[in-house]
Design a protein around this ligand. Structure first.
Ligand SMILES: Cc1cc2nc3c(=O)[nH]c(=O)nc-3n(C[C@H](O)[C@H](O)[C@H](O)COP(=O)(O)OP(=O)(O)OC[C@H]3O[C@@H](n4cnc5c(N)ncnc54)[C@H](O)[C@@H]3O)c2cc1C
Ligand code: SF4
Length: 349
């Protein structure tokens, strides 16, 4: 059985006290919300804080504020279940409720927070192993070693951004509020992420994520599709979040298509977006938009499934999301788990 290492646990009663504790503790400390990512990582000695600052008691982080027409703010400490089951979110931001509902299992969703999900550590088959396993291969550059086993000549780490909510928040243009003793800043969710498996967050370790600001619901439509092996449990090996603004005549005025699980950050499928902006969504334009998702997705051989199949699936999933938003029948299941030939019919003539 893997055991947690010894650490000191601090329990602040307010956001101000939490950021003060973090400033006092310095780089030895980390925040914890639900602990469903941090504690397993600590058991495997991937992350080794000496001080852990618990956020579970901070009611300030558990609120939902605002109105859909003006935009809403989700407290970062809301559990995934609370977000999934909130009627306002289900009605106004179904893409958010869909993504949170697709994460892991009911028990983990009762513990895991939406903030912790956005700040999830990047994942890799060579890293998400216990200490002895990693030691046996002389570790890797993400923790304790100096080589990347996925791309041995690479100077960087290619661990995968595996959060379901990250591509969704980037696609809909959400913003995140970061607070520290030196002040607070509100940045676009897209700016939170770096294309680097080690330094994957543009957030200082002392910054507390307090709120996620969802944009006003003024006419955009969005959906999220997730690919994983087991529909009840697994991390995404591909996620596609598509957000479109369409004119009354069905013309696409603006589009954001973001791929998750195929890089160290949420990847914008810009060529796919360009292929539909200024056009109506038809079988032809959807096919044109789906094709460039194949070169855009660059998965490596460090998560589940063969990387060539995951890369291929990117275009079927982009097509699937666009077909859904266009109101066309989709023959590929939202959570595709197989590779049967019938999955291919999303792009068929
Ligand atoms: C078996 C299993 C299956 C899973 N499946 C999925 C899945 O399908 N999809 C998915 O996206 N995730 C999955 N997860 C990961 C995880 O459960 C979720 O991402 C969850 O939402 C993480 O939230 P948490 O509150 O538990 O994070 P924590 O473990 O508490 O924290 C995660 C990270 O965020 C930091 N942090 C947390 N909150 C804050 C804050 N407010 N401000 C600053 N830093 C903060 C912590 O320091 C830590 O680095 C799975 C986990 C397990 C164990
Ligand atoms: S991508 Fe390479 S460096 Fe990064 S965690 Fe995997 S093996 Fe380690």
């Amino acid at each position: 059985m893997l055991r947690l290492p010894k650490f000191r646990y601090l329990q602040p009663k307010s956001v101000a006290e939490a950021v003060k504790m973090m400033a006092d503790a310095g780089p030895e400390a980390m925040y914890v919300a639900g602990g469903t990512d941090l504690y397993p990582n600590m058991k495997r000695r991937q992350q080794t804080p000496k001080i852990v600052i618990g956020l579970a008691q901070l009611q300030h982080l558990r609120t939902i504020k605002g109105k859909p027409k003006e935009g809403m703010a989700l407290g970062a400490g809301l559990t995934l279940t609370e977000v999934t089951e909130d009627r306002r979110i289900q009605r106004a931001y179904p893409i958010v409720a869909t993504a949170t509902e697709l994460i892991s299992t009911p028990l983990l969703r009762n513990m895991g927070s939406i903030g912790g999900n956005l700040l999830l550590d990047t994942r890799c088959n060579y890293y998400d192993q216990n200490y002895e396993w990693r030691k046996a291969i002389h570790f890797c550059m993400k923790k304790d070693g100096d080589i990347c086993w996925v791309a041995p000549s690479s100077p960087r780490c290619w661990a995968v951004q595996s959060s379901d909510c990250a591509p969704v928040m980037v696609a809909i243009g959400a913003q995140v509020k970061l607070v520290s003793t030196s002040g607070e800043r509100l940045i676009p969710a897209a700016e939170l992420y770096n294309d680097d498996g080690i330094h994957h967050l543009n957030k200082r370790p002392d910054e507390l994520l307090t709120e996620i600001h969802l944009p006003p619901t003024n006419g955009w439509r969005a959906t999220y599709w997730k690919l994983r092996r087991r529909g009840s449990f697994d991390f995404p090996v591909l996620g596609v979040a598509a957000c479109l603004r369409m004119a009354k005549d069905g013309m696409v005025e603006d589009a954001k298509i973001i791929l998750g699980g195929v890089g160290s950050h949420p990847v914008e499928a810009t060529a796919s977006e360009k292929a539909i902006i200024g056009k109506k969504l038809t079988e032809d334009t959807i096919r044109e938009a789906a094709a460039p998702a194949y070169p855009t997705a660059k998965p490596l051989d460090n998560t589940d499934f063969a990387m060539s199949w995951r890369k291929d699936m990117a275009r079927y999933y982009v097509a699937g999301t666009l077909r859904e938003l266009a109101g066309l029948p989709a023959s590929l299941p939202r959570q595709g788990s197989g590779n049967s030939s019938s999955d291919r019919s999303v792009l068929s003539d």
